[in-house]
Design a protein around this ligand. Structure first.
Ligand SMILES: NC(=O)c1ccc[n+]([C@@H]2O[C@H](COP(=O)([O-])OP(=O)(O)OC[C@H]3O[C@@H](n4cnc5c(N)ncnc54)[C@H](OP(=O)(O)O)[C@@H]3O)[C@@H](O)[C@H]2O)c1
Length: 368
Protein backbone atom coordinates (compact mmCIF):
# COMPACT_ATOMS: atom_id res chain seq x y z
CA UNK A 1 0.00 0.00 0.00
CA UNK A 2 1.23 3.49 -0.85
CA UNK A 3 2.31 5.60 2.12
CA UNK A 4 1.41 8.71 0.16
CA UNK A 5 -2.00 10.30 0.73
CA UNK A 6 -4.72 9.43 -1.75
CA UNK A 7 -5.95 12.50 -3.63
CA UNK A 8 -9.43 12.98 -5.09
CA UNK A 9 -9.61 15.09 -8.26
CA UNK A 10 -13.08 16.40 -9.09
CA UNK A 11 -14.04 17.46 -12.64
CA UNK A 12 -11.27 15.06 -13.62
CA UNK A 13 -12.02 15.01 -17.36
CA UNK A 14 -12.01 18.83 -17.53
CA UNK A 15 -9.36 21.29 -18.67
CA UNK A 16 -7.52 21.53 -15.35
CA UNK A 17 -8.66 18.13 -14.04
CA UNK A 18 -6.86 16.04 -16.68
CA UNK A 19 -3.39 17.60 -16.22
CA UNK A 20 -3.84 17.60 -12.44
CA UNK A 21 -4.49 13.84 -12.45
CA UNK A 22 -1.58 13.16 -14.81
CA UNK A 23 0.92 15.34 -12.94
CA UNK A 24 -0.04 13.80 -9.57
CA UNK A 25 0.39 10.29 -10.98
CA UNK A 26 3.78 11.25 -12.44
CA UNK A 27 4.83 12.32 -8.95
CA UNK A 28 3.75 8.97 -7.53
CA UNK A 29 0.55 9.96 -5.71
CA UNK A 30 -2.47 7.64 -5.78
CA UNK A 31 -5.37 9.48 -7.48
CA UNK A 32 -9.12 8.95 -7.56
CA UNK A 33 -10.57 10.73 -10.58
CA UNK A 34 -14.21 11.84 -10.25
CA UNK A 35 -15.90 11.66 -13.69
CA UNK A 36 -19.49 11.79 -14.74
CA UNK A 37 -19.16 9.67 -17.89
CA UNK A 38 -17.18 6.60 -18.78
CA UNK A 39 -15.65 7.43 -22.15
CA UNK A 40 -12.30 7.68 -23.89
CA UNK A 41 -11.25 10.51 -21.52
CA UNK A 42 -11.94 8.48 -18.37
CA UNK A 43 -10.29 5.48 -20.01
CA UNK A 44 -7.13 7.53 -20.66
CA UNK A 45 -7.02 8.51 -16.98
CA UNK A 46 -7.45 4.89 -15.97
CA UNK A 47 -4.67 3.79 -18.32
CA UNK A 48 -2.41 6.43 -16.78
CA UNK A 49 -2.99 4.80 -13.38
CA UNK A 50 -5.92 6.69 -11.81
CA UNK A 51 -8.78 4.98 -10.03
CA UNK A 52 -11.90 6.23 -11.82
CA UNK A 53 -15.00 7.11 -9.79
CA UNK A 54 -18.24 7.56 -11.70
CA UNK A 55 -20.70 10.00 -10.11
CA UNK A 56 -22.49 13.31 -10.07
CA UNK A 57 -20.89 16.22 -8.22
CA UNK A 58 -24.35 17.58 -7.33
CA UNK A 59 -24.96 14.44 -5.25
CA UNK A 60 -23.80 14.35 -1.63
CA UNK A 61 -24.16 10.57 -1.66
CA UNK A 62 -21.78 10.27 -4.61
CA UNK A 63 -19.33 12.77 -3.10
CA UNK A 64 -19.30 10.88 0.22
CA UNK A 65 -18.50 7.65 -1.62
CA UNK A 66 -15.81 9.40 -3.68
CA UNK A 67 -14.08 10.65 -0.52
CA UNK A 68 -13.97 7.28 1.18
CA UNK A 69 -10.31 6.56 1.99
CA UNK A 70 -9.12 9.90 0.60
CA UNK A 71 -6.94 12.37 2.53
CA UNK A 72 -6.63 15.32 0.13
CA UNK A 73 -8.62 16.72 -2.79
CA UNK A 74 -8.66 19.10 -5.72
CA UNK A 75 -12.08 20.75 -5.84
CA UNK A 76 -13.02 22.13 -9.26
CA UNK A 77 -16.66 23.24 -9.57
CA UNK A 78 -17.80 22.84 -13.18
CA UNK A 79 -19.30 25.79 -15.04
CA UNK A 80 -22.88 24.54 -14.81
CA UNK A 81 -26.33 25.55 -13.51
CA UNK A 82 -26.68 25.99 -9.73
CA UNK A 83 -22.90 26.09 -9.44
CA UNK A 84 -22.89 27.00 -5.73
CA UNK A 85 -24.26 23.52 -4.98
CA UNK A 86 -20.93 21.98 -6.07
CA UNK A 87 -18.92 23.71 -3.36
CA UNK A 88 -21.64 23.14 -0.73
CA UNK A 89 -21.78 19.40 -1.47
CA UNK A 90 -18.00 19.13 -1.55
CA UNK A 91 -17.60 21.05 1.74
CA UNK A 92 -20.16 18.93 3.60
CA UNK A 93 -18.59 15.68 2.38
CA UNK A 94 -15.05 16.92 3.11
CA UNK A 95 -16.12 17.76 6.66
CA UNK A 96 -17.51 14.27 7.22
CA UNK A 97 -14.52 12.57 5.59
CA UNK A 98 -12.15 14.73 7.67
CA UNK A 99 -9.93 15.56 4.73
CA UNK A 100 -6.60 17.07 5.74
CA UNK A 101 -5.93 19.40 2.79
CA UNK A 102 -7.86 20.78 -0.18
CA UNK A 103 -6.89 22.88 -3.17
CA UNK A 104 -9.90 24.68 -4.57
CA UNK A 105 -10.22 26.30 -7.98
CA UNK A 106 -11.64 29.77 -7.62
CA UNK A 107 -11.22 32.54 -10.16
CA UNK A 108 -9.51 35.90 -10.64
CA UNK A 109 -12.69 38.02 -10.35
CA UNK A 110 -14.36 36.31 -7.36
CA UNK A 111 -15.71 39.13 -5.20
CA UNK A 112 -18.58 39.79 -2.80
CA UNK A 113 -20.62 42.31 -4.81
CA UNK A 114 -19.95 41.28 -8.37
CA UNK A 115 -22.86 41.80 -10.79
CA UNK A 116 -22.57 38.15 -11.84
CA UNK A 117 -24.27 35.80 -9.38
CA UNK A 118 -22.02 32.86 -10.24
CA UNK A 119 -18.96 35.03 -9.48
CA UNK A 120 -20.39 35.95 -6.07
CA UNK A 121 -21.17 32.26 -5.52
CA UNK A 122 -17.52 31.43 -6.14
CA UNK A 123 -16.49 34.04 -3.57
CA UNK A 124 -18.85 32.50 -1.00
CA UNK A 125 -17.78 28.96 -1.91
CA UNK A 126 -14.16 29.94 -1.25
CA UNK A 127 -15.12 31.03 2.28
CA UNK A 128 -17.30 27.98 2.92
CA UNK A 129 -14.56 25.51 2.05
CA UNK A 130 -12.20 27.19 4.52
CA UNK A 131 -14.55 27.14 7.49
CA UNK A 132 -13.47 23.79 8.95
CA UNK A 133 -10.34 24.83 10.80
CA UNK A 134 -8.87 21.28 10.96
CA UNK A 135 -8.65 21.15 7.14
CA UNK A 136 -6.06 23.32 5.42
CA UNK A 137 -6.91 24.97 2.10
CA UNK A 138 -5.05 26.56 -0.79
CA UNK A 139 -7.10 28.68 -3.18
CA UNK A 140 -6.06 28.88 -6.84
CA UNK A 141 -7.55 31.84 -8.71
CA UNK A 142 -6.58 31.93 -12.38
CA UNK A 143 -7.83 34.56 -14.79
CA UNK A 144 -8.93 34.02 -18.36
CA UNK A 145 -7.37 30.71 -19.57
CA UNK A 146 -5.32 30.62 -22.81
CA UNK A 147 -7.70 27.84 -23.82
CA UNK A 148 -10.57 30.37 -24.21
CA UNK A 149 -8.90 32.07 -27.16
CA UNK A 150 -8.18 28.80 -28.92
CA UNK A 151 -11.82 27.92 -29.46
CA UNK A 152 -11.63 30.28 -32.43
CA UNK A 153 -8.91 28.38 -34.32
CA UNK A 154 -11.29 27.41 -37.15
CA UNK A 155 -12.41 30.95 -37.98
CA UNK A 156 -8.81 32.13 -37.58
CA UNK A 157 -7.58 29.57 -40.11
CA UNK A 158 -10.41 29.84 -42.64
CA UNK A 159 -11.34 33.53 -42.35
CA UNK A 160 -8.14 35.05 -40.96
CA UNK A 161 -9.90 36.68 -38.01
CA UNK A 162 -9.79 36.39 -34.24
CA UNK A 163 -13.07 37.98 -33.11
CA UNK A 164 -13.82 38.81 -29.48
CA UNK A 165 -15.17 41.90 -27.65
CA UNK A 166 -11.90 42.61 -25.83
CA UNK A 167 -11.63 46.33 -26.59
CA UNK A 168 -8.62 48.18 -28.00
CA UNK A 169 -6.37 45.73 -29.86
CA UNK A 170 -3.17 47.35 -28.63
CA UNK A 171 -3.77 47.35 -24.87
CA UNK A 172 -2.10 44.48 -22.97
CA UNK A 173 -4.87 43.10 -20.75
CA UNK A 174 -4.29 39.45 -19.87
CA UNK A 175 -1.41 37.02 -19.23
CA UNK A 176 -3.17 33.77 -20.15
CA UNK A 177 -2.01 30.55 -18.46
CA UNK A 178 -2.13 27.08 -20.02
CA UNK A 179 -4.31 24.40 -18.41
CA UNK A 180 -1.12 22.45 -17.60
CA UNK A 181 0.50 25.41 -15.83
CA UNK A 182 -2.64 26.00 -13.73
CA UNK A 183 -2.56 22.29 -12.86
CA UNK A 184 1.10 22.54 -11.86
CA UNK A 185 0.17 25.12 -9.22
CA UNK A 186 -2.72 22.94 -8.01
CA UNK A 187 -0.38 19.95 -7.79
CA UNK A 188 2.40 21.91 -6.06
CA UNK A 189 -0.09 22.96 -3.38
CA UNK A 190 -1.64 19.49 -3.05
CA UNK A 191 1.63 17.71 -2.41
CA UNK A 192 3.09 20.29 -0.01
CA UNK A 193 0.37 21.59 2.34
CA UNK A 194 2.92 22.73 4.91
CA UNK A 195 4.21 25.38 2.49
CA UNK A 196 1.00 26.28 0.69
CA UNK A 197 -1.84 26.06 3.24
CA UNK A 198 -3.66 29.37 3.73
CA UNK A 199 -2.37 30.86 0.47
CA UNK A 200 -4.06 32.13 -2.65
CA UNK A 201 -2.26 31.75 -5.96
CA UNK A 202 -3.04 33.35 -9.29
CA UNK A 203 -1.28 31.36 -12.00
CA UNK A 204 -0.66 33.33 -15.19
CA UNK A 205 1.31 33.00 -18.39
CA UNK A 206 4.71 34.71 -18.65
CA UNK A 207 3.56 38.08 -20.02
CA UNK A 208 0.65 40.42 -20.54
CA UNK A 209 -0.68 40.26 -24.09
CA UNK A 210 -2.90 42.53 -26.14
CA UNK A 211 -5.66 41.18 -28.40
CA UNK A 212 -3.38 42.00 -31.36
CA UNK A 213 -0.55 39.95 -29.75
CA UNK A 214 -2.95 37.03 -29.35
CA UNK A 215 -4.12 37.23 -32.97
CA UNK A 216 -0.49 37.37 -34.14
CA UNK A 217 0.47 34.30 -32.05
CA UNK A 218 -2.51 32.33 -33.38
CA UNK A 219 -1.42 33.39 -36.88
CA UNK A 220 2.14 32.14 -36.24
CA UNK A 221 0.78 28.80 -35.01
CA UNK A 222 -1.49 28.45 -38.06
CA UNK A 223 1.04 29.76 -40.58
CA UNK A 224 -1.15 32.59 -41.86
CA UNK A 225 -1.96 36.20 -41.01
CA UNK A 226 -4.75 36.54 -38.42
CA UNK A 227 -6.29 39.90 -37.57
CA UNK A 228 -8.00 40.82 -34.30
CA UNK A 229 -11.55 42.05 -34.74
CA UNK A 230 -13.11 43.85 -31.78
CA UNK A 231 -16.72 42.74 -32.07
CA UNK A 232 -19.65 44.13 -30.07
CA UNK A 233 -20.63 42.38 -26.82
CA UNK A 234 -24.04 41.77 -28.42
CA UNK A 235 -22.50 39.87 -31.33
CA UNK A 236 -20.50 37.73 -28.89
CA UNK A 237 -23.70 36.82 -27.01
CA UNK A 238 -25.29 35.86 -30.32
CA UNK A 239 -22.25 33.67 -31.07
CA UNK A 240 -22.41 32.02 -27.64
CA UNK A 241 -26.09 31.25 -28.15
CA UNK A 242 -25.58 30.01 -31.72
CA UNK A 243 -22.81 27.61 -30.70
CA UNK A 244 -24.09 26.53 -27.27
CA UNK A 245 -25.73 23.16 -26.56
CA UNK A 246 -29.59 23.26 -26.63
CA UNK A 247 -30.11 23.54 -22.84
CA UNK A 248 -27.21 25.90 -22.24
CA UNK A 249 -26.78 27.42 -18.80
CA UNK A 250 -27.17 31.11 -18.05
CA UNK A 251 -23.72 30.77 -16.44
CA UNK A 252 -22.25 30.54 -19.94
CA UNK A 253 -23.89 33.80 -20.98
CA UNK A 254 -23.01 35.47 -17.69
CA UNK A 255 -19.37 34.52 -18.15
CA UNK A 256 -19.31 35.92 -21.68
CA UNK A 257 -21.22 39.05 -20.74
CA UNK A 258 -19.53 40.10 -17.49
CA UNK A 259 -16.03 38.71 -18.00
CA UNK A 260 -15.45 40.41 -21.33
CA UNK A 261 -16.65 43.61 -19.66
CA UNK A 262 -14.11 43.06 -16.87
CA UNK A 263 -11.50 42.28 -19.51
CA UNK A 264 -12.12 45.58 -21.31
CA UNK A 265 -11.96 47.42 -17.97
CA UNK A 266 -8.49 45.93 -17.37
CA UNK A 267 -9.26 43.78 -14.27
CA UNK A 268 -7.46 40.72 -15.71
CA UNK A 269 -4.24 42.73 -15.93
CA UNK A 270 -4.13 43.76 -12.25
CA UNK A 271 -1.08 42.13 -10.66
CA UNK A 272 -0.32 40.09 -13.79
CA UNK A 273 1.89 38.33 -14.63
CA UNK A 274 2.59 36.50 -11.37
CA UNK A 275 5.45 34.10 -10.59
CA UNK A 276 3.16 31.41 -9.12
CA UNK A 277 3.75 28.88 -11.89
CA UNK A 278 7.51 29.00 -11.20
CA UNK A 279 7.41 29.19 -7.42
CA UNK A 280 4.53 26.79 -6.71
CA UNK A 281 4.32 24.75 -9.91
CA UNK A 282 8.09 24.47 -10.29
CA UNK A 283 8.11 25.17 -14.02
CA UNK A 284 8.58 28.00 -16.47
CA UNK A 285 5.17 29.26 -17.63
CA UNK A 286 4.44 28.43 -21.25
CA UNK A 287 4.08 31.36 -23.62
CA UNK A 288 0.88 31.78 -25.61
CA UNK A 289 2.35 31.03 -29.03
CA UNK A 290 3.72 27.71 -27.79
CA UNK A 291 0.29 26.83 -26.32
CA UNK A 292 -1.39 27.77 -29.62
CA UNK A 293 1.10 25.59 -31.55
CA UNK A 294 0.27 22.62 -29.32
CA UNK A 295 -3.48 23.07 -29.96
CA UNK A 296 -2.90 23.28 -33.70
CA UNK A 297 -0.65 20.18 -33.64
CA UNK A 298 -3.38 18.28 -31.76
CA UNK A 299 -5.74 18.88 -34.69
CA UNK A 300 -3.97 17.46 -37.77
CA UNK A 301 -7.20 17.76 -39.79
CA UNK A 302 -7.24 21.54 -39.31
CA UNK A 303 -6.00 22.48 -42.78
CA UNK A 304 -7.01 25.24 -45.20
CA UNK A 305 -9.81 23.95 -47.47
CA UNK A 306 -12.80 25.25 -49.41
CA UNK A 307 -15.13 23.05 -47.35
CA UNK A 308 -13.66 24.44 -44.13
CA UNK A 309 -14.01 28.00 -45.38
CA UNK A 310 -17.66 27.46 -46.40
CA UNK A 311 -18.38 25.91 -43.00
CA UNK A 312 -16.80 28.88 -41.24
CA UNK A 313 -18.85 31.33 -43.36
CA UNK A 314 -21.99 29.27 -42.63
CA UNK A 315 -21.23 29.44 -38.92
CA UNK A 316 -20.84 33.20 -39.14
CA UNK A 317 -24.16 33.59 -40.99
CA UNK A 318 -25.86 31.46 -38.32
CA UNK A 319 -24.52 33.83 -35.67
CA UNK A 320 -25.83 36.86 -37.60
CA UNK A 321 -29.39 35.49 -37.80
CA UNK A 322 -29.42 34.31 -34.15
CA UNK A 323 -31.48 36.55 -31.90
CA UNK A 324 -29.30 38.24 -29.27
CA UNK A 325 -30.01 36.85 -25.80
CA UNK A 326 -31.02 39.41 -23.16
CA UNK A 327 -28.80 38.42 -20.21
CA UNK A 328 -30.69 40.57 -17.72
CA UNK A 329 -34.08 39.10 -18.73
CA UNK A 330 -32.69 35.55 -18.58
CA UNK A 331 -31.23 36.19 -15.11
CA UNK A 332 -34.66 37.42 -13.94
CA UNK A 333 -36.40 34.44 -15.47
CA UNK A 334 -33.96 32.06 -13.73
CA UNK A 335 -34.49 33.79 -10.34
CA UNK A 336 -30.94 35.11 -10.25
CA UNK A 337 -30.42 37.57 -7.44
CA UNK A 338 -29.56 41.11 -8.51
CA UNK A 339 -27.81 43.35 -6.03
CA UNK A 340 -28.91 46.95 -5.56
CA UNK A 341 -25.32 48.18 -5.74
CA UNK A 342 -23.20 45.67 -7.67
CA UNK A 343 -19.50 46.44 -8.11
CA UNK A 344 -17.10 45.42 -10.83
CA UNK A 345 -13.70 44.35 -9.49
CA UNK A 346 -11.81 47.61 -9.97
CA UNK A 347 -14.49 49.41 -7.91
CA UNK A 348 -14.45 46.84 -5.12
CA UNK A 349 -11.99 47.50 -2.26
CA UNK A 350 -12.34 43.91 -0.96
CA UNK A 351 -11.24 42.57 -4.33
CA UNK A 352 -8.36 45.02 -4.65
CA UNK A 353 -7.12 44.17 -1.15
CA UNK A 354 -7.33 40.39 -1.64
CA UNK A 355 -5.62 40.77 -5.01
CA UNK A 356 -2.60 42.42 -3.48
CA UNK A 357 -1.67 39.43 -1.28
CA UNK A 358 -1.07 35.69 -1.46
CA UNK A 359 -2.13 35.28 2.18
CA UNK A 360 -5.77 34.23 2.61
CA UNK A 361 -7.41 36.41 5.23
CA UNK A 362 -8.50 34.53 8.36
CA UNK A 363 -12.19 33.61 7.98
CA UNK A 364 -13.20 35.47 11.16
CA UNK A 365 -11.88 38.72 9.66
CA UNK A 366 -13.28 38.02 6.21
CA UNK A 367 -16.87 37.48 7.29
CA UNK A 368 -16.94 40.13 10.02
N1 LIG B 1 -12.10 29.15 -18.41
C1 LIG B 1 -11.59 30.17 -17.74
O1 LIG B 1 -11.05 31.13 -18.31
C2 LIG B 1 -11.66 30.17 -16.24
C3 LIG B 1 -10.99 31.16 -15.54
C4 LIG B 1 -10.99 31.14 -14.15
C5 LIG B 1 -11.66 30.14 -13.47
N2 LIG B 1 -12.35 29.19 -14.20
C6 LIG B 1 -13.08 28.17 -13.43
O2 LIG B 1 -12.73 26.88 -13.87
C7 LIG B 1 -13.76 26.00 -13.44
C8 LIG B 1 -13.91 24.94 -14.49
O3 LIG B 1 -12.70 24.23 -14.53
P1 LIG B 1 -12.19 23.51 -15.80
O4 LIG B 1 -12.15 24.49 -16.95
O5 LIG B 1 -10.96 22.79 -15.44
O6 LIG B 1 -13.34 22.47 -16.03
P2 LIG B 1 -14.12 22.13 -17.38
O7 LIG B 1 -13.16 21.92 -18.50
O8 LIG B 1 -15.23 23.09 -17.54
O9 LIG B 1 -14.69 20.72 -17.01
C9 LIG B 1 -15.66 20.48 -16.07
C10 LIG B 1 -15.70 18.98 -15.87
O10 LIG B 1 -16.70 18.69 -14.92
C11 LIG B 1 -17.52 17.64 -15.41
N3 LIG B 1 -18.86 17.83 -14.86
C12 LIG B 1 -19.77 18.75 -15.21
N4 LIG B 1 -20.87 18.64 -14.45
C13 LIG B 1 -20.65 17.58 -13.62
C14 LIG B 1 -21.42 16.95 -12.62
N5 LIG B 1 -22.65 17.35 -12.29
N6 LIG B 1 -20.87 15.91 -11.96
C15 LIG B 1 -19.63 15.46 -12.27
N7 LIG B 1 -18.85 16.01 -13.21
C16 LIG B 1 -19.36 17.07 -13.87
C17 LIG B 1 -17.48 17.77 -16.93
O11 LIG B 1 -17.74 16.52 -17.48
P3 LIG B 1 -18.25 16.36 -19.00
O12 LIG B 1 -17.15 16.94 -19.85
O13 LIG B 1 -18.39 14.88 -19.13
O14 LIG B 1 -19.49 17.13 -19.13
C18 LIG B 1 -16.03 18.23 -17.15
O15 LIG B 1 -15.17 17.14 -17.25
C19 LIG B 1 -15.00 26.83 -13.17
O16 LIG B 1 -15.24 26.84 -11.79
C20 LIG B 1 -14.58 28.21 -13.64
O17 LIG B 1 -15.16 29.24 -12.86
C21 LIG B 1 -12.34 29.16 -15.55
Amino acid sequence: MSARPKILVTSATGKTGVPTVLQLLEKGFPVRAFVRKLDDRSQALEHAGAEVFLGNQYSITDMRAAMNGVQRAYQCAPTAPNGSVFNAVFTAAAYEAQLEHVVTLSQWLASPSHPSQSTRDTYIGDILIRMRSEMTVTTVSPGWFADNYLSSLDSALHLGVFSMPLGDGNVKKNAPPSNEDIASVVVGALIDPDTHAGKRYRPTGPELLSPNDIAAAIGQALGRRVKYQNISPRLMLKALKATAPPNYSVVLLEAGHYYTDEYRRGSMAVGAPTTDVETVGGRTPENFESIARRYVAARPKLRPSLAGKLKAIGGFLKILITRAPDVSAIETQKDYIKLKAPAFCLDDDTWRESHASTELKPISKQVA
